[in-house]
Design a protein around this ligand. Structure first.
Ligand code: F0G
Length: 457
């Protein structure tokens, strides 16, 4: 069969409030052209993030009722522990309220001023947690990973030649750990191959540097390995995931992605001394080690979600959905980061609206047009999020890519929602010459994309 159906039936629905273009024009103006400022009730299709936006299954909702809310030694913790350990193999599993809480604890105990943390690409919260300790976050993704037009099966791979040179040029004692983000969100949701994970581990072992995975989207990464890496086509995703984790000494996890829940995370690791330190920080800032920052019911739902996410039919449907949308965009000639990633389509704004220079935020022009024309919320990942103004020359320093991310919440939207989204993108693409750039009317000193206000150029 050509049609891949959603492998679930819908038992509960959440109504979408319909809006008109005229209403949306006013909403957009009142929001200062910042989509983060729009109420979710005013959005038709919300593709702002795939984080914490999943629909839970009936089994997960049943788990919510079964949660053991005991302060210490809760049954739900042991269930969570067993499932996470069966997948990751790590000795110590420390629940946190979300991914960045795991990052905060990890870097609080290992990041000293002047230390270095290489990665394929750090996610912004990881980078922020490293830089908070005056340490350095270093991105070493392969060159293919920075060019939206280059097709490569594993664009999330770390550049091993540069990593080796980096370790040799830096004192290995100054590198507490190396990280791999699977899939590489900041690089377009691109997977890392098992060959690359294995080779990274082999290289790091020579210098006694531990390897940690940022495992938010580990199941999507495992599925890409199954489909694209020679020798893995007949393997189960659970076994591929286990092999991925087997080369690592620990991981941070945002359960808001591939654990199919709305809140949660964990830090997992093998080292006893580090685990003791981590639990001490956990008790001060998150909670007792058998609940961390979570309720017992959350731990139950995560345990269930981690099993559901590795279902082969689910992963097939999940990755096929993104691929399906990519095929429709190809048909229309719309430029996007290729190949399509695991959790999102990233429109290539530099190609989409070449007449808008980076300092006028081409991604924002597209994101606002998608909202105005179709009520779709996407997210600029370009000069607004990562750009800077040179303090001396006042000129704009932009990132390598200007992207608009359309992230897919898990199990939330159906094929018709994606068909509609393609239609809206197609309409905006047809009139791309008329789109105009933006300038700031308010700019916060840090993480400016969340609160910025704009006007049209
Ligand atoms: N690491 C990666 C790769 C992520 O994508 C995120 C979150 C985190 C860590 C932090 O996890 O939000 O649970 O604290 N990404 C979301 C996104 C916010 O929209 O991509 P968190």
């Amino acid at each position: 069969m050509k049609t891949i159906i959603e492998p679930f039936r819908i038992k509960v629905v959440e109504p979408i409030r319909m809006t008109t273009p005229a209403e949306r024009e006013e909403i957009l103006l009142n929001a200062g052209y910042n989509l983060f400022m729009i109420k979710s009730d005013d959005i038709l299709i919300d593709l702002l993030t795939d984080s914490g936006t999943a629909a839970m299954s009936d089994s997960q909702w049943a788990c919510i009722m079964r949660g053991d809310e005991s302060y210490a030694g809760a049954r739900s913790f042991y269930k969570f522990f067993d499932v996470v350990q069966a997948i990751t193999g790590f000795k110590h599993i420390i629940p946190t309220h979300q991914g960045r809480a795991a990052e905060r604890i990890l870097f609080e105990i290992i990041a000293k001023p002047g230390t270095y943390f290489p990665s394929n690409t750090h996610f912004d919260t990881t980078r922020a947690n490293i830089e908070y300790h005056n340490a350095n976050a270093v991105d070493l993704v392969i060159p293919e990973g920075k060019d939206p037009k280059v097709i490569h099966p594993f664009k999330g791979n770390i550049d091993l030649t540069r990593l080796e040179k980096f370790i040799d040029d830096t004192d290995p004692d100054n590198i507490p750990i190396c990280m791999l983000t699977v899939t590489n969100n900041s690089g377009g949701g691109q997977p890392v191959s098992l060959e690359n994970i294995r080779a990274t581990k082999r290289l790091l072992e020579r210098y006694k540097i531990p390897l940690f995975l940022d495992a938010c989207r580990f199941a999507e990464n495992a599925y890409f390995i199954k489909k694209r890496e020679p020798g893995y086509g007949d393997k189960l995703c659970i076994d591929i995931a286990r092999e991925m984790f087997s080369y690592a000494d620990g991981c941070t996890m945002s359960a808001k992605k591939d654990a199919l829940v709305n809140i949660g995370g964990f830090l997992a690791l093998n080292d006893d001394t580090l685990a003791t330190k981590a639990r001490n920080v956990l008790i001060v800032t998150e909670g007792f080690p058998t609940y961390g920052g979570l309720a017992g019911r959350d731990l139950e739902a995560i345990a269930q979600g981690l099993q559901e996410v590795l279902d082969e039919d689910y992963l097939h449907y999940r990755i096929r959905t993104v691929e399906y949308m990519a095929e429709q965009l190809d048909r229309l000639g719309v430029p996007y980061l290729k190949p399509a990633g695991g959790h999102a389509i990233y429109l290539d704004a530099k190609e989409f609206v070449p007449h808008i220079p980076p300092e006028q935020f081409p991604g924002q022009a597209i994101a606002c047009a998608l909202y105005l024309d179709g009520g779709i919320r996407s997210c600029e990942i370009g000069s607004i999020m990562f750009g800077k103004t040179d303090p001396l020359t006042k000129s704009h320093i932009g990132p390598d890519m200007e992207l608009v991310r359309l992230a897919f919440p898990r199990r939330v939207y159906t094929q018709s929602h994606f068909d509609y989204t393609v239609e809206v993108i197609g309409k905006v693409f047809e009139k791309r010459d008329q789109l105009r750039g933006f300038r700031f009317t308010y700019e916060a000193p840090m993480l400016r994309h969340f609160t910025a206000q704009f006007e049209k150029v």
